[in-house]
Design a protein around this ligand. Structure first.
Ligand SMILES: Cc1cc2nc3c(=O)[nH]c(=O)nc-3n(C[C@H](O)[C@H](O)[C@H](O)COP(=O)(O)OP(=O)(O)OC[C@H]3O[C@@H](n4cnc5c(N)ncnc54)[C@H](O)[C@@H]3O)c2cc1C
Length: 413
């Protein structure tokens, strides 16, 4: 960045913050990004890498209520709520269960579709053709269901609702794609328009590099407090410095509420913790990444091995990792591919920043001039990050948003 002070500061160098930063920069802003860690060291580091432009199925679906007892007792299940954290999580969980009513599901799905459908175009726009081809594989995604396949119907209905290309796979078609798969996996769904990245961290770091190459700056500092200044703008009180800025975008992922609460800004954001097991030397490579829907995780062949990533644990930001939840992903992967050899897996815990309705918060914060949010992408940051950054930048510069921004409004709850 030139010696001129930034015209806007983005807090957070994950996928959400860096996509916003790059779009803002291209719209003519002088952008500074501040993160306590190097780019893509948070949740954007360890996800399953699925870029799901043709996915518009919310996380909360009908029938959630009757699953609550299992969430509390099954330590290794796809969704776990820590009993000691239950009181803190109850208001958010209640809204989440409400969002799972069918009438809401369709409305939310429409908003997901509006945001996600341009995800690959936005990635290409941000990365340029060369880096896009290096980092992204537009080969589709497969969903599989072990056993009964409850939930498959809603995926199909939503594909049809939006005219999304899809193909139901029988056992033979699944075997064609995955010759090593267990014989009892008999139903799947191919979404050919989806994609994946071979390395989420390298992908997001490429955004930081592009920002710097175009004169932007990324500072490694921790923001301790955002303090409104008399006469407008904000003081960012950081661990080693203060910065005075007119406009601030909060994209600090699951930690954003810690920065927003002292300003009196309350949004329903909970962390849906998820795990990965990175298997460094697998003896198989998936041509197309797979989501195992009944167990809530994805399997993706990446540059550094085979990554099993997913599941949800509601236990807040502070609880230590429960590594059994990562170990179990390896067991599930071996169940699906019985001859899988892995090498010694590396385990990781990530903190999805999640709203109850699976939609992010994008736009100005009412009553706080110059304060914007671009956060809350939950399970879909690698997908929704780029189009959210584009939308945010349009809202900041007063351009036409391109589609209705109301479903993502900061004050919708
Ligand atoms: C197991 C798992 C699998 C997933 N799989 C997929 C997938 O396949 N496809 C998909 O689209 N999405 C997936 N996701 C979701 C996706 O990873 C997230 O939605 C996305 O990474 C969130 O990005 P973010 O930029 O909002 O947050 P983060 O990447 O967490 O970035 C937030 C940043 O803010 C910084 N920060 C926080 N507080 C401060 C502070 N006070 N001062 C300075 N900096 C601060 C942090 O250091 C961090 O770098 C998955 C998530 C998990 C956990």
């Amino acid at each position: 960045m030139s010696s001129e002070s930034p015209s806007i500061v983005v807090l957070g160098a994950g996928v959400a913050g860096l996509c916003a930063a790059l779009y803002l920069q291209r719209s003519g802003q002088r952008v500074l990004v501040i993160d306590a860690q190097p780019p893509a060291s948070g949740t954007s580091y360890g996800n399953a890498g699925l870029i799901s432009k043709d996915t518009a199925v919310p996380i909360a679906l009908p029938g959630m209520m009757r699953k609550v007892p299992r969430w509390l007792t099954d330590r290794e299940g796809p969704l776990r709520v820590s009993p000691s954290y239950m009181p803190a999580a109850t208001p958010w969980l209640w809204r989440w269960i409400q969002a799972g009513q069918m009438s809401h599901v369709l409305r939310i799905s429409d908003a997901m579709r509006a945001l996600h459908k341009d995800a690959l175009d936005c990635w290409r726009e941000l990365l340029g053709a060369e880096d896009y081809d290096d980092l992204i594989r537009p080969v589709g995604q497969v969903r599989i269901w072990e056993g009964e396949g409850a939930g498959a119907q809603i995926e199909l209905d939503i594909c049809r609702r939006h005219g999304i290309e899809h193909r139901q796979l029988d056992q033979a078609a699944i075997r064609d794609l995955y010759p090593e798969i267990a014989p009892d996996i008999t139903q799947g769904l191919l979404i050919p328009g989806n994609a994946y990245t071979v390395n989420p961290q390298r992908l997001v770091r490429t955004l930081a590099r592009k920002l710097a190459e175009a004169g932007g700056q990324v500072l490694t500092e921790r923001v301790v407090k955002i303090i409104p200044r008399e006469g407008g703008g904000y003081r960012l009180m950081n661990n080693v410095a203060n910065h005075h800025v007119r406009r601030v975008v909060v994209s600090a992922g699951a930690w954003s509420t810690e920065l927003l609460a002292p300003l009196g800004v309350a949004i329903p954001l909970e962390t849906e913790r998820g795990y990965h097991a990175m298997m460094p030397s697998p003896n198989l490579k998936l041509k197309v990444p797979m989501s195992v829907k009944n167990r809530g995780f994805g399997l993706t062949s990446m540059e550094e091995g085979l990554r099993a990533a997913g599941t949800v644990e509601i236990a807040g930001l502070q609880a230590p990792p429960d590594e059994r939840r990562a170990e179990v992903l390896v067991r599930h992967a071996r169940r699906i591919f019985p001859k899988l050899q892995t090498g010694e897996p590396a385990y990781w815990l990530g903190h999805r920043p999640s709203s109850p309705d699976s939609l992010p918060f994008i736009g100005p914060v009412p009553g706080h001039e110059g304060l914007y949010l671009c956060l809350g992408h939950g399970h879909f940051g690698m997908t929704g990050g780029p189009p959210s950054g584009r939308l945010l930048s349009r809202l900041v510069s007063g351009q036409a948003p391109g589609f209705d921004p109301a479903p993502y409004a900061v004050d919708r709850f």
